[in-house]
Design a protein around this ligand. Structure first.
Ligand SMILES: C[S@@+](CC[C@H](N)C(=O)[O-])C[C@H]1O[C@@H](n2cnc3c(N)ncnc32)[C@H](O)[C@@H]1O
Length: 230
């Protein structure tokens, strides 16, 4: 993110799904194309390349600390923070979130029943959302929420290699201020933006890939148009 591009944003919350730079024990394995690392060999669809997914563990944690620090600068006091991660990167994401200045509050589990089975081992059917806050902590709702959400990945609805289900993001947004501005510095196919539209929140998205930037823009326009017509 470029500090000059969003100087006056006061984000009411951060909800983001950065490239995990995961998928292997060693640096070489992580440098493999994301489509090979993350897609089932039987998957038939192809997606535009996901950028920035080849960092080794040390550069990943330094890089995450840098962008999270910039998000800390842009966030309002009390802003909830939710950052997706997988099991491999979870420890370093919790480090980076705290190194950037946020107060770590817990982990939310996303259970994806559609994950492939692991012969002789445990199914890796969970991803995680690191939950934090820009102190001092505030609550924006009187409701209580679960710590585990179950949403299958619908391959037909995917526009990005790692698209998240919109319903999951709608669920996560429930702890953020109503009508607040939600920052997603890794917009991908625009799922966060669509969930913000659905829940009446504003959003600011950043995306490095021109293809995904266009794709997300088209989806956002189509959704806004559909809502003005209905
Ligand atoms: C895991 S994907 C997000 C997917 C999104 N949640 C969805 O459901 O479509 C991460 C995105 O971040 C983008 N990206 C990688 N490095 C970036 C950077 N430095 N700044 C902005 N976007 C970046 C990638 O191109 C990719 O589209």
């Amino acid at each position: 993110m470029d500090r000059r591009s969003v100087p006056h944003l006061h984000a009411g919350a951060l909800l983001t799904d950065p490239p995990y730079s995961s998928g292997g024990l060693h640096a070489g394995a992580r440098r493999v194309e994301p489509a090979q690392k993350y897609l089932d060999a039987a998957a038939k669809r192809s997606y535009p390349p996901m950028l920035g997914d080849i960092k080794d563990q040390r550069s990943f944690v330094m890089w995450a600390t840098l962008w999270l620090s910039e998000c800390w600068r842009l966030a309002k006091p009390g802003a909830p923070v939710m950052v997706f991660s997988d099991w491999r990167q979870l420890p370093v994401v919790t480090d980076a979130v705290q190194a950037a200045g946020f107060e770590w509050r817990g982990i939310v589990v996303w259970h994806k029943p559609s994950a492939r089975p692991m012969l002789g081992s445990f199914r890796r059917d969970c991803e995680f959302v690191v939950h934090a806050v820009k102190s001092p902590s505030r609550t924006f709702t009187r409701r209580c929420f679960p710590g585990v959400y179950r949403h299958p990945v619908n391959p037909a609805a995917k526009v990005h290699l790692t698209s998240k289900p919109i319903k999951l993001l709608v669920d996560l947004l429930a702890i953020t201020p109503e009508g607040g501005a939600i920052l997603d510095p890794f917009l991908g196919g625009g799922t966060t933006a669509l969930a913000c539209i659905e829940t009446g929140r504003r959003f600011v998205g950043v995306e490095l890939s021109t293809e995904y930037y266009r794709l997300a823009g088209e989806r956002i326009k189509a959704e806004e148009l559909a809502r003005t017509r209905s």
